[in-house]
Design a protein around this ligand. Sequence first.
Ligand SMILES: [Zn+2]
Length: 277
Amino acid sequence: VPELPEVESLARELSESFQTHETLVRVHCLRPDLRFPMPIEELESLQGLRFSEVTRRAKYLLFRAGTKSLLSHLGMTGTWRFESDLRLQVHDHLALQFSSGRYLIYNDPRRFGYVDVISTDAIGSSRWLKHLGPEPLDPHLKAMHLQKHASGSSVAIKLWIMDQKNLVGVGNIYASEALFRAKISPLKAASRVSNKEWSALLKAVREVLQKAIAGGGTTLRDYRRLSGDKGGHQSHLSVYDREALPCIRCKTKIRMKVMGGRSTYWCPKCQKGLTGK
Ligand SMILES: [Zn+2]
């Protein structure tokens, strides 16, 4: 499943590969639906517009085309690739033909992804994005903001940081890794995380995400980058998937517990527990 680092890497690659003045000539919808019906008329309204850059919000790609933007969520198996002609492969569902003669093609075997067209100056208030919490990599985000927002929440900190309404893009692996770095138990109630711990946690979340972006994203399944290379980063995990192995800091056996349906790994000794302090 593409996570924030993979989506960020893809946004950067796509953005860099758009040529100046590349105009969308024609939209080819190759099936009527993905996860939701394909918005064919809205997609066709992008014809004639220049695609300039691709940005990311949470796990959404935003292709900027003047006053309109194409929003793309990759679901579980979505990918975009450029082709020099309309050379289709199985599971190609959408092809954007550009004035340069090349095609940008969306492929998604499981079809959990989706696309929409939104107004560029109202991106933040679109129905897909308006409920999302802050971006962890936004330099304006302060630990104090998170602490304030979490006060009164008895939810375990790991589940709290993975909730998109609180903070976006912290997937399961990154949550375990960041809490390990910050030395906070994943079981600790969000409201009991101290000011100092929030600072350490936000710093740790940023570090694990930046490290994964630099490596093209942690790839545990078959997610592929634009170039077709697999992102490769999983050998750098410090706590995730290390149940019963010695903690790399204190040699205590790493524990595993399923929280919110997801495997959670932590060191019971050096990650501060339920009541903290
Ligand atoms: Zn330890």
